[in-house]
Design a protein around this ligand. Structure first.
Ligand code: ZN
Length: 325
């Protein structure tokens, strides 16, 4: 009888213990955006204007931000001393911007409306610009922006092949923008947990230029001041992150003092190579180390039972070792 009661007690305790444990698939999740920030913004600048080099890039950099600059190869000036259009930038300036971390990408060779071209015409407009950007800037574009935002299913399919994303939505930031309207936009992004894509052309001249460019710099200051809530990334970075977040699957294996996280490989891990932020429930255990393959990963505690850590989604398994207890 005593033995029987003991067994019942043992079973009941095991049951409680199992119940108290968090299910394995609840231990780890991929953060909506990098660093577990609730929203993201990409600042994009169209048409290769000179002021994107002289004013925008330095202002972004001052605040630690990087932008995406969509250019048309046929209007970019050849390098000094040949300047045929003083309102546009030149290739050496674009190359310098790319080297400083900005994304220089494809807006079509000659700003044609792709929906009015046949498939061969669309591909010529895209490929010719890819090639010149690769040759002059040194990086092949992996995103695309439709000239005049003119698009349909056919051109989106053609332009998306081999890319992490194309610009299919945007928020105009230009002549009509005010400090208040931009603050409201940011508040909505945070509230809804969304990715906003700003679209800007002229700064003090050109299409849709600002009557007071200070509006843009004030906005960047504001976003900087709430940086813990907004990830400012290039269009390439955020596009890749979102696509990977949606496609990567994680297998979780829990052992006594170890948690193994095995990411499924993304469809094209060379193209989609943006690190993903994982939020891990450590069940308040003390971490000894976190590594992916042989690489030790840095992590950050965000609450008593949670850490965040960046991982390569196309990489090896992640092993979290806890201290004995
Ligand atoms: Zn344009």
């Amino acid at each position: 009888m005593k033995k029987f009661l003991f067994s019942i007690l043992f079973l009941a305790c095991s049951f409680c213990w199992l119940n108290a444990q968090i299910a394995e698939n609840q231990l780890v999740k991929i953060a909506k955006f990098k660093d577990n920030k609730p929203a993201a913004i990409s600042y994009t600048f169209d048409d290769g204007m000179k002021e994107h080099y002289t004013r925008v890039a330095p202002e972004l950099e001052k605040r630690g931000f990087r932008g995406t600059f969509w250019v048309n190869g046929n209007t970019i000036n050849r390098n000094e001393p040949v300047t045929t259009d003083t309102t546009r930038t030149n290739w050496s300036e674009l190359k310098e911007m790319a080297q400083r971390g900005h994304e220089i990408s494809n807006h079509g060779w000659s700003h044609k409306n792709l929906t009015k071209l046949d498939d061969a015409g669309v591909m010529e407009e895209i490929r010719k610009n890819d090639s010149i950007i690769l040759v002059r800037v040194g990086i092949k574009p992996v995103t695309y922006c439709y000239a005049g935002n003119a698009k349909n299913d056919r051109v989106i399919r053609l332009a998306s092949a081999g890319r992490v994303g194309t610009r299919t939505f945007q928020r105009s930031i230009g002549s009509k923008a005010t400090d208040e309207s931009l603050e409201k936009w940011v508040a909505e992004l945070i509230e809804k947990g969304e990715w906003g894509v700003g679209m800007t052309h002229g700064i003090s001249y050109g299409y849709d230029y600002f009557r007071r460019p200070q509006v843009l710099w004030n906005h960047l200051d504001y976003v900087k001041s709430i940086e813990n809530k907004i990830w400012v990334g290039t269009f390439r970075e955020v596009s890749a992150y979102v696509a990977e977040r949606e496609s990567v699957r994680l297998k979780i294996i829990r052992k006594k003092n170890r948690l193994k996280i095995i990411p499924s490989h993304s469809p094209d891990s060379k193209l989609f190579d943006e690190p993903l932020t994982l939020v891990v429930n450590t069940e308040k255990k003390t971490i000894k180390s976190i590594r992916q393959g042989r690489v030790h990963l840095k992590y950050r505690q965000i609450s008593p039972a949670e850490i965040i850590v960046d991982l390569d989604p196309g990489g090896k398994q992640i092993i979290i070792d806890y201290a004995e207890r």
